[in-house]
Design a protein around this ligand. Structure first.
Ligand code: UDP
Length: 348
């Protein structure tokens, strides 16, 4: 791609799900995304905008070289491990890649004078929260991660904040709620291996590509007994990253911001929405609760609007499901291995 005078933005993990959608949004906004990805879980086919550098964030020299080559003065950092269950059995790996990887990245950024960072954080930093079951969660809520994955995200936030104070970097950590959906172009979408998320699994069950869905518990203290989550369209998430890149902040400032809609949908509502979109009901049964699942995780999304001027525009549940279904019916990459994994998933 011809770069022209476009400002370069280093996007670590830009071959992954949210990273690829953000690279597209950056390109549409006039930036030149430089995707830096090890391809350990991302897809080369997802890198369609800007440049691609094959590298590992723990390799500070490779990061510094990429920053030099493209003259990037800002970094959006997605690279890391995301599977909550795996973090329980391999916590050392999560600390090594997510935390030590971020230390190494920050060192290269400091040496090269990077001025702005946007960090991919998570509602997992709140854990069960300790608030009333159906209350929305503001950024100031207690931080009590329920998994080593959540611990690593919180540790990274602390470290980035300290780096801001010490060296004048300004940074925004975006705490995502439930990312879902796909770009309507059909070029990029969600492809995790193995897939554990509700919407892709419900779609795969409806399409007959996977075993029937198991609803993890219907005896929670929620309106219909199933868990409430705040589903946010991946393109709304991508737009939040661009807003966080551009927001005016003084040198040394650190902000942590929820990215959600402020509205919860239950597992049952998702199953019904997928059935409507697919034109056939989702085969499913109700099983036991999944360990660690809080009854409700819904953002108080007011800070994102106040600080970033950001609001969701395409996160209506039917829109999310329609876009996810279009992708799942014809994924541009990731389908072969994923289909095998789906069928190989143990009954839960
Ligand atoms: N869920 C479910 N069956 C599945 C996968 C997920 O009932 O096969 C439920 C899960 O218990 C949670 C919601 O769907 O209440 C969203 O789960 P997901 O794994 O997509 O995201 P999480 O909220 O865990 O980040």
């Amino acid at each position: 791609m011809d770069r022209g005078s476009k400002p370069a933005v280093l996007v670590t993990g830009g071959a992954g799900y949210i990273g690829a959608h953000t690279a597209k949004a950056l390109s549409e906004r006039g930036y030149f995304p430089v995707v830096f990805d090890s391809l350990s879980s991302g897809f080369r086919e997802a890198v369609r905008w800007g440049a691609f550098v094959h590298g590992d964030i723990r390799d500070a020299r490779a990061v510094a070289d990429a920053l030099d080559e493209y003259g990037a003065k800002s970094v959006i950092h997605f690279a890391g491990l995301i599977e909550v269950g795996r973090s329980v059995v391999q916590p050392d790996l999560f600390w090594e890649i997510n935390v030590a990887g971020t230390v190494s990245l920050l060192t290269a950024m400091r040496e090269r004078g990077v001025e702005r960072m946007v960090f991919s954080s998570s509602a997992a930093v709140y854990g069960q929260g300790g608030r009333g079951a159906l209350e929305t969660i503001p950024e100031g809520a207690a931080k009590a991660p329920a998994s080593p994955y959540g611990d690593t995200k919180l540790a990274c936030e602390w470290m980035i904040e300290a780096q801001c104070r010490a060296y004048g970097l300004s940074a925004v950590a975006l705490r995502y709620f439930n990312a879902a959906g796909a770009d309507p172009s059909g070029l990029i979408g969600e492809a995790h291996e193995p897939e554990t998320h509700l919407i892709p699994l419900a779609i795969a069950a409806a399409l007959g590509e996977a075993k029937p869905l198991t609803v993890f518990g219907d005896d929670f203290d929620t309106p219909d007994g199933t868990c409430l989550r705040d589903y946010i369209h991946v393109n709304d998430l991508a737009a939040a990253h661009v807003a966080a890149l551009e927001v005016e902040l003084p040198a040394g400032a650190f902000e942590a911001v929820n990215v959600g809609t402020g509205k919860g949908n239950s597992v049952r509502e998702v199953v019904d929405a997928v059935g409507r979109a697919a034109g056939r009901p989702v085969p499913h049964s109700v099983g036991a609760r999944r360990a660690g699942d809080p009854p409700s995780l819904v953002a108080d999304a007011s800070r994102a609007k106040e600080l970033l001027g950001w609001e969701p525009v395409c996160s209506d549940l039917d829109r999310i499901v329609a876009d996810a279904l279009r992708w799942e019916a014809q994924p541009a990459y990731g389908s072969g291995r994923r289909a095998t994994d789906r069928k190989a998933q143990p009954a839960s």
